[in-house]
Design a protein around this ligand. Structure first.
Ligand SMILES: Cc1ncc(COP(=O)(O)O)c(C=O)c1O
Ligand SMILES: [Zn+2]
Length: 415
């Protein structure tokens, strides 16, 4: 780690900086690296065989855990989705199955790096605002490492996510309000009580955890980059992290060109796509990033994990889509819900609504010709369907309720 650079105004800061956002303009910070030192380290020791994201330690801004990390975070499978791909007329579709992380979402990647950072600087407790997954994830990783965690969620968070956080022993504060209210309260309380605030986007270390997903895709494709990665997007941190990962690989000479990153949002929670459309209407070429304002919306979506009024890593996400040449796709909630059983039936992977959004977006991109049949496309499946069973149930048929008789079985089979 070399220091920080503001994503909006480009101000640089040294590694001694202990704040979270740019002291000049309030923008989010990007962690910078000495890539020559990383290259030397990889040549010397390689990426070791540890079972977690810390095998990519040379690329991470935190100390390597002694004796390994206590949970297997990351190293998730990249599956060729042959049947699902065929249904879309595609030959090279892959699913990156992040549902198998310890708390069943991509958020564990960010929690692992944030918790390591909290330990590195001697923090006593770590806090987070969350639509649900970041909270259950932080609670999980904190439990494994013995760090107290305080989780702020909107009162309406899906019960499975709340139950995870409670079971892992976090202090769970269900705020009467939406995610944005929980976010602001977490910010204030963390300052007041001196907690290390892991909140997505605001904390620059979360992006560094998410980026490892790109390295794993690269590794699973035998050192190649795909043509596209389709990323479900709320705050935009998953997207900006994915972009950081590919840019790291390019910076150390491991890939020639990064993939396009496509931003998949619900049309009723589309702040980042809206910003991208406005910027593209005036032309991408001469954007002054210090002047760009990310749109705010009144978000209302069944995909709770990507239901965000004010994206907390919006500017970095917008830059990722533009710099990678990706697309901004909004899909109706009905298509997001329909994509849950569609993915599940044709791949064996059960996504929560947000994690089904990339499939809905990819279908739209196939229909309008944005994506060609032979492109190598990865959809990020960022969270498990078990986290929001009520959402999935809205898109499936009811079971047959039958008497315990063979005639009833036969009658049910007639339907
Ligand atoms: C399952 C899932 N998918 C996608 C996202 C979107 O990530 P971000 O808010 O960084 O855009 C989240 C964030 O909560 C999530 O939990
Ligand atoms: Zn700044």
């Amino acid at each position: 780690m070399r220091g920080y650079r503001c994503i909006a105004c480009s101000q640089t800061l040294s590694t001694d900086f202990r704040g979270f956002v740019c002291p000049s303009c309030g923008g989010n910070l990007d962690i910078t690296y000495d890539y020559d030192a990383i290259i030397d380290e990889i040549e010397e020791s390689g990426t070791d065989g540890a079972r977690s994201i810390f095998r990519f330690a040379p690329f991470l801004p935190v100390s390597r855990p002694d004796g390994g990390f206590p949970l297997r975070i990351g190293k998730t499978p990249l599956y060729p989705a042959k049947r699902l791909g065929a249904s879309l007329g595609m030959r090279n579709l892959y699913l990156k199955d992040d549902t198998v992380n310890p708390s069943a979402s991509s958020k564990d990647r960010a929690s692992a790096v944030a918790v390591r950072r909290a330990m590195d600087i001697g923090a006593d407790a770590i806090s987070v605002a969350s639509t649900g997954n970041a909270g259950s994830s932080l609670a999980c990783v904190a439990a494994a490492t013995g760090m107290p965690a305080i989780v702020f969620v909107p009162e309406s968070a899906p019960v499975a996510k709340l139950t995870q956080a409670l079971s892992f022993g976090a202090t769970v504060l269900a705020v009467r309000g939406n995610y944005d209210d929980a976010f602001d309260l977490c910010l204030e309380a963390s300052r007041e009580f001196g907690w290390f605030n892991r909140s997505t986007g605001y904390n620059p270390f979360t992006r560094e955890g998410k980026k490892v997903c790109a390295y794993e895709i690269w590794e699973a494709l035998d050192g190649r980059a795909p043509d596209r990665v389709v990323v479900p997007t709320g705050d935009g941190n998953l997207l900006s992290g994915m972009w950081k990962g590919w840019r790291d690989l390019q910076a150390v000479g491991l890939i020639d060109r990064p993939p396009r990153l496509d931003c998949a949002q619900s049309e009723s929670s589309a702040a980042i796509c809206e910003t991208l459309r406005k910027l593209r209407a005036v032309g991408d070429d001469a954007i002054d990033w210090a002047k760009v304002r990310v749109a705010q919306v009144r978000a209302e979506s069944v995909a709770d994990s990507i239901c965000v009024d004010r994206p907390r890593d919006g500017l970095a996400a917008v830059r990722a889509v533009i710099e990678s040449g990706g697309a901004a796709i909004t899909v109706p909630d009905s298509e997001i819900l329909a994509a849950i059983p569609e993915m599940a039936r044709q791949s064996g992977i059960f996504p929560e609504p947000a994690a089904a959004a990339p499939l809905a977006a990819l279908k739209a991109m196939r229909q309008d010709g944005t994506v060609a049949a032979d492109e190598l496309v990865v959809c990020l499946v960022s969270g498990s369907g078990l986290k929001d069973v009520a959402g999935a149930l809205r898109a499936t048929a009811e079971p047959f309720v039958i008497n315990p008789s063979i005639d009833a079985v036969a009658a049910a089979l007639q339907h």
